[in-house]
Design a protein around this ligand. Structure first.
Ligand SMILES: Cc1ncc(COP(=O)(O)O)c(C=O)c1O
Length: 385
């Protein structure tokens, strides 16, 4: 590292995204279509209404965006029944995660989030020189709220909870969330990161916006990257009481949400048909994948999202590489401390079938997997498959 760099940055490992299609095509010289099941994007594509709106707006690229994102925030506020002043937008919801760190945490204070959760919480903590306290996940790859509660220290400013959790896909339900919130004092800010909100079973899911309306120290994050299919435009949003939003506005860079993204999102919010079709595709695809994973004896976490976390009884590196050679990109999770796991986005029917066929072929070569797992540093054997 450069000798003049802030030494605390030694702890920062750059975020590793899912491998882009272009990179895999280049590296492996693949000609056939490459399926990206690595970043939980919408397999149906963007909302057609958003595409139309963007086409009309392209000629205005020379103009700066509306810095306030007035019409977008107004639309979000109306749709979700909160005040205009309780909405914040960012260049992806990850930008709001960073804004929270910058706005509320001094170097040396602490941020709490579960192990095996979205890695950006740790990256932001390291970036600002905060201590990152990460209690272990609970059973069935679920976040352990008791452990989170116990991990809170007097100097803790932020608690991040990805619900449902990325990368395990598991959800926390209404009663347990309510109980947790009753135990939390108002000296910390609880951030509910609900990037996959639109996929969950609403009958059991907590209404975290209620805490925002009550003026509690709560932030709720959502995104246009997943079900809305606008990941490439980078647009996330959040809800918080005005006194929190007011702080975030001070750390926000000017024009942080670009013009095209604002226009696309306003149109996408109205596209109920696209939302319905996207949800249906994911629910149907998930049922198919879970059934097939059971048939192949591959353990998986129960998913409330548009992806499935699978954990092999041996290092998943070989499976990841073998899928890649067959033109299927999944997400290896060694960086999340799950060396035996892969995160697989639910794709179109065709993509899901291609994935299962490939897994079946790869796992069919037991001898090879045995040999690989014997030389791997990760404990485990393919016996149970
Ligand atoms: C839990 C969680 N939060 C935030 C994000 C980031 O979303 P955005 O694209 O809005 O930055 C993701 C994306 O993978 C996520 O899984």
């Amino acid at each position: 590292m450069h000798p003049l760099a802030r030494w605390k940055l030694r702890a920062v490992k750059p975020y590793v995204p899912g491998k882009p299609i272009e990179e895999v095509a280049r590296e492996l010289g693949l000609k056939e279509p490459i399926e990206k099941l690595a970043s939980n994007e919408n397999a149906l594509g963007p909302s057609p209404l958003a595409i139309e709106a963007v086409k009309k707006a392209l000629g205005e690229m020379n103009l700066y965006p509306d810095d306030e994102a007035y019409y977008l925030k107004k639309k979000i506020a109306e749709k979700f029944g909160v005040d205009f002043d309780e909405v914040i937008v960012g260049n992806g919801s990850v930008e709001i995660v960073l804004m929270l760190g910058l706005g509320f945490v001094y170097p040396g204070e602490s941020i709490v989030a579960s192990q095996g959760s979205f890695i950006m919480y740790k990256i932001v903590a390291n970036l600002i020189g905060a201590d990152f306290v990460e209690p272990p996940l609970g059973e069935d790859w679920r976040i352990d709220l008791d452990a989170l509660c116990s991990a809170i220290r007097p100097d803790t400013k932020l608690v991040f909870i990805s619900n449902p959790n990325n990368p395990t896909g598991t959800a926390l339900w209404r009663d347990e969330v309510e109980e947790f919130m009753n135990r939390i004092g108002d000296d910390v800010i609880v951030v509910w990161d609900e990037a996959y909100y639109e996929f969950v079973d609403k009958d059991r899911f907590p209404d975290t916006l209620k805490y925002v309306r009550q003026g509690k120290n709560v932030v709720v994050l959502r995104t246009f990257s997943k079900i809305y299919g606008l990941a490439g435009l980078r647009l996330g949003y959040g809800f918080a009481p005005k006194k929190i939003v007011e702080v975030l506005r001070r750390v926000r860079l000017p024009f942080n949400v670009n013009r095209i993204a604002q226009i696309a999102a306003i149109a996408a919010l109205d596209d109920e048909e696209h939302l319905r079709r996207s949800r249906e595709l994911v629910l149907k695809g998930k049922l198919y994948l879970m059934k097939e994973l059971q048939r192949l004896n591959i353990p998986y976490a129960h998913s409330e999202t548009n992806f499935i976390f699978v954990e092999f009884p041996f290092d998943a590196g070989y499976i990841y590489e073998s899928l890649l050679k067959r033109g299927i990109i999944t997400r290896p999770l060694a960086g999340y401390n799950f060396p035996r796991a892969l995160r697989i986005t639910v794709g179109t029917e065709e993509q899901n079938r291609k994935l299962i066929k490939a897994l079946e072929e790869i796992l069919g070569d037991r001898e090879k997997i045995w040999n690989i797992s014997k030389t791997s540093e990760v404990e485990g054997s393919p016996e149970s498959l």
